[in-house]
Design a protein around this ligand. Sequence first.
Ligand code: DHB
Ligand code: FE
Length: 286
Amino acid sequence: MAHISASVYTSHVPAIGAAIDLGKTGEPYWKPVFQGYEFSRLWLREHTPDAIVLVFNDHATAFSLDMIPTFAIGTAALYHPADEGWGPRPVPVVMGHPELAAHIAQSVIQQDFDLTIVNKMDVDHGLTVPLSLLCGQPLAWPCPVIPLAVNVVQYPAPSGRRCFELGRAIARALAQYDEPLNVQIWGTGGMSHQLQGPRAGLINREFDNAFLDRLIADPAGLAQLPHIDYVREAGSEGIEMVMWLIARGAMADAAGGARPRVAHRFYHVPASNTAVGHLILEQGSV
Ligand code: DHB
Ligand code: FE
């Protein structure tokens, strides 16, 4: 069986990607952001998994108002970095894991989750910025990545509760895989931010830190939080944080197993318009 060894949570602010690509990580504005990921880059080098299930949202890049899958799993062998208006980011192509992705699709759909199967997709900053934050600027990403895209751009978005349940279903799928793979699951997006309207620029440190506390200690309770609370407290784009609950639901304690260990926690304001949050949870014995 495959198993989840750790979950990683991080914001995906596009300006962070630009800072890396343009060599600005040492500038005073950016330095404190990247310092928060120094531990994580070393950690990932020491804990490189066989595959990463990377939960992210597409920002009207691969999908548009023409077609809006709520949950979409990438089953392709590779994914190109998307052109979001400034040319594709100068980062490696993302190698997929078609066998494991197809298995997860099979198992999770049979567990009554409606996943859209995506065989061709360019991946935007939602997926590539988290990889850059934890891997730096390698010639190739350290392992295959299975993109799991969640619609949090166009209402209706899935509830936190359903995201948490999807994570649990993914963990069950991995337990039935016939290779002993070490898999990480990453939840990305957030934390509080609003990019539009009269409240543009909204940041809520108190809400974000309480969210991190509960994500660690009471994820099932946190999963009950309704949409309106995310939007009111964390801004219209703060709804991206429901994706963190997919990663959290895949940890062993969500199925009655051992609680994960906090390996790293970081929070910083601001990066562009966004509060940056980051967490690494390691699974001990299951
Ligand atoms: C910003 C943050 C995002 O999550 C995003 O998708 C786009 C922009 C920002 O802070 O500028
Ligand atoms: Fe975003």
